[in-house]
Design a binder for this molecule. Structure first.
Ligand SMILES: Cc1cc2nc3c(=O)[nH]c(=O)nc-3n(C[C@H](O)[C@H](O)[C@H](O)COP(=O)(O)O)c2cc1C
Ligand code: SF4
Length: 487
């Protein structure tokens, strides 16, 4: 596959040209020609049962690589959470992934929820709420959650150069990529029970700290997500759909017992694909080739993914995700955040970008195709589950036209709330600005340079290096620039 020609959205002059471009790509992405101010669906409240959310945009979780060695927030973490608050979003989905134990961290600077980090986590929440009040006038209708995670296959709790995976089953492609020997142990049922207790304890602490909900993370290849595809695992946590969702049910049951007032949400990778890698035929001279699917002809029917078409695992299949959403509904879990794939093995599915992170591959498709794929899946799932409250994902690549698409998607009922990821790192106030005058600040738009992924992959703190002077001018910024120059 040769690299596709991709029109840089930064060069698209106005929304009419953008809409024309969508038509040329034959993408069904809805797009309004103007941003309404007071009457925009972006600013309408959302209510269901005991849940009330003051507007229709959310901050999606953005993992930090800047906690202390023992998992407490630092000044950089606080700054990020203040900026989440400054967005004016009335739904803060998790803030960032917070590990339920030291060994479950995805990086040696990830936050941990434990007795010794209580004060720091409480401070994060308070700082966010204070900043939100300044931006939005009041904290009425503000819902703040904490994303609880165990990183499973992608644990790196101690050194950024040392992976310490905890796997649920042998994966024919990912085990090879992680260099796991054929006798690498899988987590035992009793180790899993210990992790479930960690989630219960974490839920209790989050509730005591005043968080409105916790997200029991089921996405991006981490432990919760890996359960959903554990078809080849034997025992009570594997094989059947019922067993693969036992982890979720047991976590939820325990959290409700110890923290009855706490709401629960789930962020789920609603579909996935076989892992991708750079095409070796088109890589070289420090350049990454476009992504191609790992060889899988001898792995059919494919059994190692959730929401993956077993006979063509480069394609999604929503049948099991639909079953999963029915389960959430039956558990009275109404808050659902839809994402897709994984940043580790198919980043073009998970976070469409023009520039790849250092360990990724050049885009195999116009990133707008990736945006449309996630939006379309959300639309279909919303249609089937009108009572669930869905947050949509992967809007940042829309750049200057994000507000126009978000507004149209909300008005047409594709999704209940538009989640912002990377754009929040560079330009948290984008929707507030758009609503005030219809104009956004062109210079602050995330251009999907992927430095916020490349930096942490190289052991540096997370942040927007190209556009946020706080990082660009830091010592880490200098290191990152040097690393990139070497490549
Ligand atoms: C630096 C960075 C950190 C992220 N950390 C998390 C995380 O902790 N938890 C999570 O569920 N998703 C995480 N994501 C994924 C985002 O929430 C989001 O799904 C993704 O960036 C696509 O949305 P966007 O197009 O608005 O950026 C992260 C993404 C980035 C770029
Ligand atoms: S580094 Fe900044 S511009 Fe690049 S993808 Fe991340 S947030 Fe966007």
């Amino acid at each position: 596959m040769s690299a596709p020609r991709i029109l840089r959205l930064g060069s698209v002059k106005n929304v009419a040209q953008f809409a024309e471009h969508l038509r040329a790509l034959q993408l069904q992405i809805p797009c309004d020609s103007a941003i309404l101010s007071a009457d925009s669906p972006l600013f309408l409240p959302l209510a269901r049962g005991e849940i009330t959310i003051g507007n229709r945009f959310a901050v999606n979780p953005m993992e930090g690589w800047d906690g202390s060695a023992d998992g407490a927030p630092t000044e950089n973490t606080l700054r990020r959470w203040r900026r989440f608050g400054a967005s004016g979003a009335k739904l803060i989905w998790g803030g960032e992934a917070v590990a339920v134990s030291h060994s479950g961290r995805a990086n040696p600077n990830q936050l941990v929820i434990a007795e010794h980090t209580r004060a720091g986590l409480a401070q994060l929440r308070a700082a966010l709420v204070a900043e939100h009040k300044l931006a939005a006038g009041s904290d009425e209708g503000l819902l703040v959650g904490l994303q609880l995670t165990h990183s499973g296959r992608y644990c790196k709790p101690n050194l950024h150069t040392r992976a310490e995976p905890k796997i649920l089953y042998r994966h024919p492609i990912l085990d090879r990529r992680l260099g796991l020997p054929h006798d690498f142990p899988v987590l035992t049922d009793s180790e899993i029970e210990g992790i479930i207790e960690d989630f219960h304890r974490a839920g209790r602490i989050a509730s005591e700290l005043g968080f409105d909900f916790v997200d029991v993370k089921h996405c991006h290849g981490y432990l919760g997500h890996e359960f959903l595809s554990a078809r080849t695992r034997e025992g009570k946590y594997g094989e059947s759909f019922e067993n693969r969702t036992r982890f979720l049910r047991e976590v939820v049951q325990g959290i409700r017992a110890v923290a009855p007032g706490l709401k629960i949400g789930v962020r789920v990778s609603a579909f996935d694909t076989v892992p991708f890698r750079p095409d070796p035929a088109q890589s070289g001279d420090g350049k990454l080739g476009p992504g191609i699917a790992e060889a899988h002809a001898d792995l059919l029917p494919y059994r190692w993914g959730f929401g993956v078409n077993a006979s063509d695992p480069t394609q999604p299949d929503l049948a099991e995700p639909i079953q999963f959403l029915s389960l959430l509904e039956s558990l009275n879990i109404l808050l659902v955040n839809l994402t897709a794939g994984s940043p580790y093995y198919n980043p073009h599915i998970q976070r469409p970008a023009l520039y790849p992170p250092s360990d990724g591959y050049a885009p195999p498709e116009d990133p707008l195709v990736g945006v449309a794929r996630q939006m379309e899946a959300a639309r279909e799932l919303k249609r089937r589950f009108p009572n669930l409250l869905f947050v949509g994902t992967a809007y940042s690549y829309l750049q200057d036209f994000l507000p126009h698409v978000a507004q149209a998607a909300l008005r047409e009922g594709w999704v209940d709330s538009v989640g912002l990821g990377r754009m929040v790192l560079t330009y948290p106030e984008i929707f507030l600005d758009a609503a005030e005058g219809g104009a956004v600040q062109h210079k602050r738009i995330c251009r999907t340079f992927s430095d916020c992924t490349t930096a942490p992959r190289n052991g540096l703190p997370s942040g927007c290096y190209p556009l946020d002077s706080h990082y660009k001018n830091s010592s880490a910024g200098v290191k990152l620039a040097a690393l990139k120059a070497k490549r």
